[in-house]
Write a protein of this length. Structure first.
Length: 239
């Protein structure tokens, strides 16, 4: 019978070049040894404690005893003077993405956060994975390319039709870890052709493209199950 773990969370923050980087880590109680870490990039209308993050945290922490962490995006969550989510934040993110100024800061913010997490006794710094679809892919591809500590990545629901794209293509060509890339056939934001093109730029020889029905919504059901199984298979290979 699979062990069930009790999940608890800890909020923390780091300062990176004057930017406050709010973060949360979810851990199983009563850890007796360091555990694999999953970094989660939330979507463009969410924040570090959005349902997308909580869904994967609950599945990985409670069922497998992994550690999960997320930070707020550049105009998201606790980085804002007043909290907001949904369409307003999504519109601000799209404007920020278009001017191209947010990628390097987000990579720096994530690397500083990973450094912090790797100093935690609960974290196995040799077993780190990434999960992020939509905005979690737009920033995730540069982060995975930049940090060799990340051993596998579940990505998707982003494509070459969202400009600028040169940076993502360049970074995708520097990704060599195992990749699961997911597409929704009814995605109203990114067409399948553009998403497949971005997948094809990923240099990894161990990558898989999977399509699911539905629109540009948070992973659930079979899609979420596949993400969990992918991450567990590479970070807890005995499972």
């Amino acid at each position: 019978m699979q062990t069930q773990f009790t999940m608890h969370s800890v909020d923390f923050s780091n300062q990176v070049k004057g930017r406050l980087v709010p973060a949360t880590v979810w851990l199983p109680k009563g850890l007796s040894e360091p555990r694999p870490l999953i970094l989660v990039g939330h979507g463009g209308s969410g924040h570090k404690k959005s349902n997308l993050v909580l869904d994967i945290a609950k599945a990985l922490v409670e069922n497998f005893g992994l550690v999960v962490a997320a930070i707020d995006g550049p105009v998201h969550g606790d980085r804002r003077k007043e909290f907001a989510d949904g369409p307003v934040v999504r519109a601000e993110f799209r404007d920020l993405w278009t001017n191209g100024s947010s990628v390097d800061p987000m990579v720096e913010d994530w690397i500083t956060t990973i450094d912090y997490l790797c100093r935690m006794p609960e974290v196995n710094s040799n077993a780190i994975g990434w999960y992020g679809i939509s905005m979690g892919t737009s920033y995730g591809i540069p982060v995975v390319a930049a940090d060799q500590r990340i051993k596998c990545a579940a990505l998707g629901m982003w494509g070459t039709t969202r400009l600028p794209i040169d940076r993502l293509i360049k970074d995708a060509k520097d990704i060599h870890v195992p990749v699961l890339f997911q597409i929704k056939t009814g995605d109203e934001i990114f067409n399948s052709e553009g998403q497949t093109e971005l997948f094809n730029f990923i240099a990894s020889q161990n990558k898989k493209l999977v399509s699911y029905p539905g629109g540009h919504t948070d992973p659930a059901g079979e899609q979420l199950k596949d993400i969990v199984e992918f991450l567990v298979s590479y970070l807890l290979p005995s499972k």
